[in-house]
Design a protein around this ligand. Sequence first.
Ligand SMILES: Cc1ncc(C[n+]2csc(CCOP(=O)(O)OP(=O)(O)O)c2C)c(N)n1
Ligand SMILES: [Mg+2]
Length: 380
Amino acid sequence: MAGTPTKKKAPAKKAPARKRAASKANGKAAFTPDVPDVQVFRQSGHTHESLGLSPETVLDMYRNMLLQRRFEERAAQMYGRQKIAGFLHLYIGQEAVSTGAIWAIRDTDPIITAYRDHGLALARGMGANEGMAELFGKIDGCSRGKGGSMHFFDVSRHFYGGHGIVGGQIPVGVGMGFASKYKEDGGCSLTFFGDGAINQGAFHEAANLAALYDVPALIIVENNAYAMGTSVERSRGDAQLYKQGYPYGMKTAVIDGMDLFEVYGAFQQIADDARGETDGQTKPYFVEVQTYRYRGHSMSDPQKYRTKEEMEAKKNEDPIVRTRLYVLENDLATDEALDQIDEAVKADVMASVEFAENSPLPDVSTMYEDVFVGDVPHVK
Ligand SMILES: Cc1ncc(C[n+]2csc(CCOP(=O)(O)OP(=O)(O)O)c2C)c(N)n1
Ligand SMILES: [Mg+2]
């Protein structure tokens, strides 16, 4: 199956120094941006040590990426059994983006995203139970069963959805950054959206205001190469998305989103700069994270728009496989220990299915709740 970590044995010969796993797989050509103020985070040669990550933290990050993947594999199966209604958009392949970014920022930095939201929610700390129950439309779900797959929400963890209108969340995310600036709380908002959303007016309006008001906001396009069945090349006059920060006078970052350490290192640096830690000046960043989704747009996508060869090549970049190889090559854990992590994650996800099954449907009386802050103004 696409993107499933394979059990690779650790190489017999010990590596002489800390090395980057699967660097062969990362055969991306060197890249020179042709607009100013662009920082490129690709093939930086990071190690966990150079990033200040302990082996335990690397394993936590690995566990979290696996949780996202196993959760969604199981969700796909439950969709097939008609336990989940409506749409289901899987994040499989993009897990290094969520885990790398969220491990790099503060727990209180607000996050908002589009409908492909399970991965970011689980990376932010949502449990599999709350997530699966939401997919099942049950009262114990993160949105009390009334949001479903596209509307995961967890205000206690500063995770603000889960939005279905392409690009609609971008002005809201920039607004959350503006709130941080206004309140001077040192926060920096993270607004995620897809490559398809960059053609929406909402992106351009929000980008302009973010730059104009020096908003501490990371405006992040997760370029997974497709918007439904349309490739970026087919929908853009200029497919180099990173250039979109320049017209608004924003600093820009381009990140290899298939590499956990690259994402982590980049977000640490740019989030600190955005919140004003480097020069006392808050500022927005436009961020292009280059990633790939291994599954279809949603569950009913025959995927005729891409070739098997493209998929095979991309599978070599699987962020979970690459992290596993890194862990083994650098003796951070044994093959058996990694298998145990996987088994524990699978058991956690399996238990979440039972939890979701047993959770009640929301009562009709809850219909008007969670719409307004405070009392419902006019419903009797
Ligand atoms: C305003 C609006 N137009 C169209 C749609 C239909 N639609 C849903 S998802 C999607 C593709 C978006 O692709 P992208 O932004 O690249 O995100 P990805 O699915 O790749 O994560 C479209 C066109 C929508 N939901 N909202
Ligand atoms: Mg896309």
